[in-house]
Ligand binder design. Structure first.
Ligand code: CA
Length: 263
């Protein structure tokens, strides 16, 4: 029987690994809880930036339960470092942080050309006004107090919107560069000629930022309709992409599920 004060988190960590935190540990933590950011079928990594441990712990718990990898930071500068290092799929960003506040963090990201989806968490109406008025490319905001279910729904929504949004920002996946505007792909700086379908497949996977995309979803986004081609068609086009991009091809097969890119 488990100690009544101990809560175990399994699943994302894989067989044989687990960790436990007590409420006391969670309350005393000031900086980081890490859940392995690369589990096979995770929805992607969410960076939670929140200086109140009780709130970040709640956010971490609910997002983890939904299959997200979660990394927590408690101050703005550490959050900026974490975005650069971990390349999260989304950021849940408290506005009221010590030192560098959430708005400054978002501004710094945007100035650096990073348009990672951001869900702001605000405590007061005047913070909402600032978030909305600055046109920081914030994808949504949530006002405290909020329900954890609402948080999860908003995170999923900003991820969906981010994937559907035509991104003008060139993407770099290892040695492979993708420019969504000109629809050019380069390998180690040299242009690679792709078919329309190959390009759409690669862009769809790249914009999912490491999330596993199943074949049905790839068919829908790369071909525009779900039943145009069978799922084997996806495999054939992925094989062609691998042929053209060689060992630099960032696409990985997730057996029985679909594909994702290494980020
Ligand atoms: Ca705060």
């Amino acid at each position: 029987m488990e100690h009544p004060g101990v809560r175990r988190v399994r699943g994302l960590l894989g067989a044989g690994k687990e960790f436990a935190t007590t409420p006391a540990e969670a309350a005393s933590a000031t900086s980081v809880h890490v859940v392995d950011p690369a589990p096979d079928q995770a929805r992607g990594l969410v960076l939670v930036v929140e200086d109140e441990p009780a709130i970040s712990e709640l956010e971490r718990r609910y997002l983890t339960h939904e299959g997200f990898g979660v990394h927590v930071e408690a101050d703005g500068r550490a959050a900026l470092d974490a975005v650069r290092r971990l390349r999260p799929a989304a950021v849940v960003l408290d506005v009221g942080l010590p030192g560098l506040d959430g708005i400054s963090v978002c501004r710094a990201l945007r100035e650096a050309g990073d348009w990672v989806p951001v869900l702001f968490v605000t405590a007061r109406d005047d913070e909402v006004d600032r978030v909305l008025g600055l046109e920081l490319g914030a994808d949504d905001y949530l006002t405290k107090p909020f329900s954890p279910r609402e948080l999860v729904a908003r995170v999923k929504a900003i991820l969906r919107r981010a994937e559907g949004r035509p991104s003008a920002r060139p993407l770099q996946l290892g040695a492979v560069g993708i420019d969504p505007t000109s629809r050019r792909v380069t390998r180690q700086g040299a242009e690679v000629a792709l078919t329309v379908t190959e390009f759409n497949l690669l862009l769809t996977l790249a914009q999912a930022r490491g999330r596993v995309v199943d074949r049905a979803e790839l068919l829908a986004s790369a071909w525009g309709q779900a039943d145009y081609a069978g799922s084997r068609t996806v495999d054939v086009h992925v094989a062609q992409l691998r042929g053209k991009l060689g060992e630099d091809c960032p696409i990985e097969t997730v057996r029985g599920v679909g594909y994702r890119v290494r980020t």
